[in-house]
Design a protein around this ligand. Structure first.
Ligand code: ZN
Length: 409
């Protein structure tokens, strides 16, 4: 079974072999796992014939995500779209699907990982231009009744609902289009099964907590008590983050940001699938909280960690979203020396724009290489990672990013 990474443009070919394994397919079960659910999980062996995952380039001053997936199981083909960049990227994503996925009119699953415009924006076009089997969307306003007691300033549930729709306009816009077009909407909480992909995070409980804690809902009781001081601190840290210097670092040395990513990023849908025996993880912009929650859930989908084969590096390669401990848990411990050719572990792919000089972070690239990973970033070009997928004319194999011998201070 040949597994190759491809990029458009003139690059040196790299390919490597993988061992075919039986795919384990996990059925949907309730979002609050308990020990007995582990027993109730039903698995059946399903062989994926092929898969291809395209990380499209989303080019703007800020990075964005647009990921399209096509896979075949038992002769049936599925198309699965995860985010589509900014609103301005939607047409390009639609065109990519038509060009490379046999000009379909139907998409099985569309997943909006979270509210941010660099992810959810372009999905409007996808919902409008294709027949969609299911939209997987978080709708915070549906839970206004459940969380209203956490806020000091909302006197009625409809008031909080209206406020949440205003705060999450990209999600509200997708809901509106889906309702207009008769597209079923499902909740992508932990435990949901989206085709071959299992939702690992967020759990509904954690999602609601993030909504309450979000900077975008400063009327929460906790925020009101904190006062303005917390916000000023956040602003100062944001300015400090823009002044970045690099220092030389020995093999294995890792320094990440002491700051956490935003609550909105932490709401990102984290998806796992085992296709062609390859363990695949899509992370959106999730942070350490989401990776932690997803790792704790791994046994419920038959995933033993460490050991991910293909992984989206979260949040465009930000150093606020990973840690040494979490990467040890997902991928494995740091190696004493660089992996030899052919002995690499994870294939790590970053969605980052050429103009966005803050992403990816060198410390994050280093951390994946420390664990035997091969790291690739979109940076103006689309990347396909695949297994047994149809050949593509004009696409060539891609060379991993060279190991950075320095990292952010
Ligand atoms: Zn993003």
């Amino acid at each position: 079974m040949e597994t190759t990474l491809w990029l458009q443009g003139p690059n040196h070919p790299v390919s490597y072999q993988t061992t075919p394994l039986l795919h384990r397919f996990t059925l949907r079960y309730p979002s609050e796992p308990s020990l007995d659910t582990l027993v109730r999980v039903r698995r059946c062996a399903v062989m994926a014939n092929y898969f291809e995952i395209d990380f499209l380039s989303v080019e703007a001053k800020k990075s964005g995500d647009a990921i399209t997936v096509r896979y075949e199981i038992d002769g049936l083909t599925y198309i699965h779209v995860v985010d589509a960049g900014f609103q301005s990227s939607g047409d390009k994503v639609a065109q990519h699907i038509r060009t490379y996925y046999s000009n379909p009119t139907y998409i099985d699953h569309v997943v909006a990982t979270h509210q941010d415009g660099d992810h959810a924006g372009g999905l409007r076009t996808i919902l409008q231009e294709f027949d969609v089997g299911a939209l997987w969307l978080h709708r915070p306003w549906l839970y206004a009744q459940e969380i209203i007691h956490r806020f000091a300033t909302y006197e009625s549930v409809p008031h909080l609902e209206r406020r949440l729709r205003t705060i999450y306009p990209n999600l509200a816009a997708l809901e509106e289009i889906a309702i207009e077009r008769g597209i079923p909407i499902h909740e992508p909480f932990q435990g949901a099964q989206i085709g071959a992909f299992a939702v690992m995070a967020p759990s509904k409980a954690r999602f609601l907590e993030l909504i309450v804690e979000s900077d975008k809902t400063p009327e929460s009781i906790e925020e009101a008590e904190e006062g303005l001081f917390g916000k000023a601190t956040t602003a100062v840290l944001a300015v400090a983050a823009r002044v970045m210097t690099f220092v030389a670092a020995a093999w294995g040395a890792e320094t990440f940001s002491p700051n956490e990513t935003s609550n909105e990023n932490e709401m990102s849908v984290v998806q796992y699938a085992n296709l062609c025996g390859e363990k695949i993880l899509l992370t959106g912009d999730t942070g350490r909280g989401g990776l932690q929650e997803a790792a704790a859930y791994a046994p419920y989908v038959g995933l033993s960690l460490p050991g991910i084969d293909r992984m989206q590096v979260p949040h465009h390669g930000s150093r606020r979203n990973v840690s040494t401990e979490l990467l040890d848990r997902w991928i494995g411990p740091r190696l004493a020396a660089p992996a030899l050719p052919g002995q690499e572990t994870v294939t790590a792919i970053i969605s980052s724009a050429l103009e966005d000089t803050h992403h990816p972070r060198k410390s994050v690239i280093r951390a994946f290489v420390h664990r035997g990973g091969r790291v690739f970033a979109t940076e103006g070009q689309a990347i396909r990672t695949q297994c047994n997928a149809p050949a593509r004319a004009g696409w060539t194999a891609l060379t991993p990013i060279a190991y950075p011998h320095e990292q952010e201070e």
